[in-house]
Design a protein around this ligand. Structure first.
Ligand SMILES: C[S@@+](CC[C@H](N)C(=O)[O-])C[C@H]1O[C@@H](n2cnc3c(N)ncnc32)[C@H](O)[C@@H]1O
Length: 270
């Protein structure tokens, strides 16, 4: 049965700003390359679903100004407050943030050139329903663009037990919650099911030996660790050990991280 009374598992608002900043360091260059490939230009009207603290929405707003606009939604008031703060700090006037749900965005249908989301559908129990809603937002000939993770694809060299456990537990929690942490690989099929024929695909995959962005995985683990304990998937001492080791690996420049693959899919709406 489809559950829509779902509760987003990671932190929101001020508690998640730093993690999303690091996430954007990891995946931002790939996201920007994707937008350039699709063709961002002055005058476009872009919708972002699940905008978090606004890192992508603000960048897109800078690319489409002076006449283009961005409308970004998130179902968390705390995220929208952070996103609005960022837009204000960057002096952006062509961007609007609204608290709204991916399943029913409450935006005018057919009124956007591009509808975009990153790492949002994977957290939903019915990603197809949210993707269909995105498809309805764009005008005929507009583009629907999604970037979603596939937790099955990552690297750590030399291999580390803490990293293996991080992904194993993340995966188990996703399954327990009926979320889709391996959505990346099958995202192209979801597009076809949503009536978005002939999808295109790309990759957003990053390697790092050093740099603060390596702390992303440990920080993410710390955010979902309490849920692992509540669900009985790991003990408190387990999660503390794994969190500590992930941070040590992050600070060790002889350990290579290949962050989980993010699959990019986009298609023209009919
Ligand atoms: C992993 S964060 C990604 C944020 C942003 N897209 C980025 O890549 O920086 C997922 C975001 O989706 C939002 N979210 C989760 N479920 C949602 C829903 N049903 N409708 C709208 N936003 C949702 C969360 O509040 C969170 O801000």
């Amino acid at each position: 049965m489809t559950q829509h009374s779902e509760h987003y598992i990671l932190a929101t608002g001020g508690k998640d700003v730093e993690r999303l900043r690091l996430l954007h360091q990891v995946y931002g260059p790939g996201t920007e390359a994707l937008f350039r490939r699709i063709g961002l230009r002055d005058g476009l009207r872009v919708a972002e679903i699940g905008c978090g603290s606004g890192n992508i929405a603000c960048w897109v707003a800078e690319q489409v100004r002076p006449t283009g606009t961005v409308v970004a939604i998130d179902n968390s008031t705390a995220q929208i407050e952070q996103a609005s703060r960022q837009a204000h700090a960057r002096g952006l006037r062509n961007i609007e943030f609204q608290v709204a749900d991916a399943y029913s965005p409450r935006l005018a249908e057919g009124s956007f050139d591009v509808a975009y989301c990153r790492l949002v559908l994977m957290h939903l129990t019915d990603p197809g329903k949210a993707l269909s809603a995105m498809g309805r937002l764009v005008r005929p000939g507009g583009t629907v663009v999604c970037e979603e993770m596939d937790l099955g694809c990552w690297l750590c060299d030399p291999p580390a037990e803490a990293m293996r456990r991080f992904f194993e537990l993340n995966d188990a929690l996703g399954e327990r919650r009926h979320e889709h942490f391996r959505l990346g690989a099958s995202l192209h099929r979801l597009f076809r099911q949503a009536g978005l024929a002939r999808p295109e695909v790309g990759t957003n995959f990053t390697l790092a030996l050093r740099g603060e962005q390596k702390r992303l995985l440990g920080m993410t683990f710390q955010e979902f660790a309490p849920e692992l304990v509540r669900e009985g998937l790991a003990s408190q001492s387990d999660v503390e050990r794994i969190a500590g080791e992930l941070m040590m690996l992050a600070d060790d420049e002889t350990t290579l991280f290949g962050f989980p693959l993010v699959v990019q899919v986009w298609a023209t709406a009919g």
